[in-house]
Design a protein around this ligand. Sequence first.
Ligand SMILES: NC(=O)c1ccc[n+]([C@@H]2O[C@H](COP(=O)([O-])OP(=O)(O)OC[C@H]3O[C@@H](n4cnc5c(N)ncnc54)[C@H](O)[C@@H]3O)[C@@H](O)[C@H]2O)c1
Ligand SMILES: O=C(O)CC[C@@H](O)C(=O)O
Length: 387
Amino acid sequence: MYKYNCLNPIAHVGLEKFDESYVKTEKPEEADAILVRSASMHEMEFSGNLKVIARAGAGVNNIPLEKCAEKGIVVFNTPGANANGVKELVIAGMLLAARDIIGGINWVQENEEDGDIAKITEKKKKAFAGTELEGKKLGVIGLGAIGVLVANAATHLGMDVYGYDPYVSVDAAWKLSRSIHHAKTVDELYKECDYITIHVPALDDTKGMINKDTISLMKKNVVILNFARDLLVNGEDMVDALVSGRVKGYVTDFPTPEVAGVKGAIVIPHLGASTEESEDNCAKMAVKETIDYLENGNITHSVNYPDCDMGKKEGGSRITILHHNKPNMLGQFTALLAKADMNISLMANKSRKEYAYTMMDIDGDVSKEVEEELSRIEGVLKVRVIL
Ligand SMILES: NC(=O)c1ccc[n+]([C@@H]2O[C@H](COP(=O)([O-])OP(=O)(O)OC[C@H]3O[C@@H](n4cnc5c(N)ncnc54)[C@H](O)[C@@H]3O)[C@@H](O)[C@H]2O)c1
Ligand SMILES: O=C(O)CC[C@@H](O)C(=O)O
């Protein structure tokens, strides 16, 4: 029996994939698995029983990845599962910035009781006129799941698209429309584009990447879109640039006290992934990853351990070991099993930076003593025996 806890509401179509061997608990401290969306886990204490955290979404800056790795907790995310939802809102964001649609709608609401509204509309509407997207240059920073979709969609709107991503994956590069210009430096993109949208994770080297210096390289009247994370943009510099008119519009999915209410800022309450489809996709993927890890030890889409897959566990026992990536770990595991006269029928070992994962299928049972001896090896973080 496994227990799971949801720190945020997780779509039912995902949770219903847990069969009768899973039970929901309201207490994270007794859970084997935690499912989460945006709740911050940085201040949480993790119990020794917790094996997996599945983030139903892309960004994992709400989870202390290294602390989890050290405690032998595998953290997953759901790459691409909400990308289409975000793409559609980014396109909406560009349209809202191009014309004063919001101002126009507000004006109609304010004058809803005016019997002459149809007549005065024709006089008033010029106040809300704008420009079209066709022919404008869009810069997309970060060509991952979302960036690629945004870039491709913008080409269909007739925009001239520039993409920048020094770490672009082969998969993403294949998906990218051939008409997209490859910006070799981010400065080239800053100088050229009328609209700039960022789709990178919040990391030490991306935090504050949009600031007064980078804004000074951009065209006057640029529109900046941030559907990635608030920390990527220096809020104070953005407010100055909006107030001075250097930046025409800032469309963001992340309300902060600095930016909310500033003229030129279009602030959305983190709705990028809030569609039925995205919520369902994320929940289904997060639950699938959780089940495969708990029942088979397989790791797919982890953000703190290497991916590693030995297929479905059949018969015998499967030993899984999360450990530091250092010499002679495998040698110690196999020597210990050999000493206990145990035969390994299948084995896999993968590493990722300072962490590694070893899976071993054993023909028979694994005694408690062997499990404890494996756990005592220096550098071992968590041992599980899946029966
Ligand atoms: N608003 C929302 O609801 C919402 C939803 C999903 C994701 N997000 C945010 O958007 C981010 C991107 O999501 P995704 O699904 O496209 O992730 P992804 O991992 O598929 O893509 C991120 C891309 O950024 C690139 N990158 C990393 N550092 C870079 C840098 N310094 N310069 C240029 N490119 C860089 C990577 O190579 C990768 O291709 C997430 O990390 C998350 O913070 C927000
Ligand atoms: O869960 C959400 O609503 C937001 C998710 C989004 O920010 C992400 O990083 O995937």
